[in-house]
Design a protein around this ligand. Structure first.
Ligand code: CTP
Length: 402
């Protein structure tokens, strides 16, 4: 039930917009307070009057209204709710979300909201299958939006394929599932993500190609399931995920210190690509070239292993400790050895050979390795890997089977 929960429903311009009327009815029956925002094109498919009548709230249309803006500004509209639902979401609006365009009320609200977003795409099957749409979808998911559908079946143009908006009952169930108290409510999670940088001098460092996409997506997924999440992030070009406490660090030692400071936690996931070595002869001043002289010698010393440290911490050990293994060959064998060596409960092993494109890319093909055996997961987006892993963590913590 959605008693008193506030949903902002963004309706964009597709034939499936008529189904949004049924969605509004169902959400209201469930006790939700539904506010609707129509794009200019949506008004060609459903009238503001029918949306207003069904929702029982004034409709926010794209035509700029001074009264609207005075009484409830677009920022309030996008934030004063528990969830933003985009149904139907056209290819065009999905592209705007992915690129951060804000040229109308709907796209502006989606850019400014700090609430969970659920997207129900609806479009022609060729538009859905186009690499541009799929890339936009991966981007939007990686930033934490949940996606429902589209389903396969006959489409409006007389063709058939994947592109039909999910049914109102399915969308309503997804909203209820996400707004219900999450399975990880009351539990604390720690996630490390991104690379670490080890200074050579004030301007140079040793780093690696980790983007942080997988760790950040996992932190967002755990938060969506209700966990109190701390994300310890190395230097990345990603926004802090919504609903997560993010601590920014640079070096492996800083990452370890930040992790230990958050204990106790129920689950720790080490997704960061931590530098194995630090520069023991780092210079306080910028190293200068000596004309005709030898190149500088960089001396390395081992960094602490955060995953191994968290795995062994006596009574403060998290109930579940999960590591990642970045391998380029004999992925599963190396990962099994790593599981034993580091003392963690699970290893998520991924192939980071350049040909696979895991580092920096949006997709991942992983194996989940535990004492129970090896599971090969199908190649899917990092957001989907995160969602699946978050649910596995929830099952393990609440079912007691790490
Ligand atoms: N890890 C860590 N602290 C380190 C090194 C690694 O917490 N100093 C964690 C990573 O976050 C990851 C796991 O250990 O969860 C494995 O990291 P990876 O770099 O794949 O393996 P290494 O332990 O560095 O082993 P190798 O370099 O031999 O592959």
């Amino acid at each position: 039930m959605l008693d008193g929960r506030r949903i902002l429903l963004v309706i964009s311009g597709g034939i499936a917009a008529y189904k949004s009327l049924e969605l509004i009815r169902r959400l209201r029956e469930s006790g939700a307070d539904v506010r609707c925002l129509l794009t200019r094109n949506a008004e060609n498919f459903v009238t503001p009057l029918s949306v207003q009548t069904l929702s029982g709230n004034r409709v926010h249309a794209d035509t700029f209204s001074l009264t609207d803006e005075h009484e409830i500004g677009h920022i309030t509209l996008a934030r004063d709710c528990d969830m933003v639902v985009v149904a139907p979401c056209t290819a065009n609006l999905l592209a705007k979300m992915a690129t951060g365009l804000a040229d109308d009320l709907a796209s502006t609200a989606l850019l400014v909201t700090d609430k969970p977003i659920l997207v129900a795409p609806a479009m022609n099957f060729r538009m859905w299958g186009h690499p541009a749409t799929q890339a936009n979808l991966a981007t939007v998911k990686a930033r934490g939006a949940a996606v429902i559908g589209p389903n396969a079946g006959p489409l409006a143009e007389g063709e058939s394929g994947v592109g039909r908006m999910a049914e109102p009952a399915e969308i309503a169930a997804a909203i209820e599932g996400r707004l219900a108290a999450g399975p990880l409510k009351g539990l604390r999670a720690l996630v490390t993500s991104g690379p670490t940088y080890e200074a050579i001098d004030p301007v140079r460092f040793i780093g690696n190609r980790s983007s942080g996409k997988q760790g950040h997506a996992l932190a967002a997924a755990l938060a969506r399931l209700g966990a109190e999440v701390t994300l310890i992030s190395g230097p990345v070009a990603l926004a802090d995920p919504a609903g997560v406490t993010t601590v920014h660090v640079e070096t492996a030692r800083e990452m370890l210190g930040a992790a230990l400071a958050r204990l106790p936690v129920d689950v720790a996931v080490c997704a960061a690509a931590v530098a194995d070595w630090t520069v023991s002869n780092a210079s306080k001043e910028k190293r200068k070239k000596q004309p005709g002289g030898p190149p500088p010698v960089i001396e390395l010393a081992p960094n602490p292993d955060i995953l191994a440290t968290l795995s062994e911490r006596g009574s403060a050990r998290p109930q579940l400790v999960v590591g990642f293994a970045a391998e380029t060959e004999t992925v599963v064998e190396h990962a099994k050895a790593k599981l034993a060596r580091k003392g963690c409960d699970w290893i998520v092993a991924n192939d980071v050979s350049p040909a696979v494109g895991t580092f920096g890319g949006d997709f991942n093909a992983v194996h989940l390795i535990s004492q129970a055996g090896v599971e090969d997961w199908p190649r899917c987006s990092k957001a989907d890997v995160a969602e699946r892993l978050a649910w596995r963590i929830a099952d393990a913590l609440t079912g007691g089977h790490p």
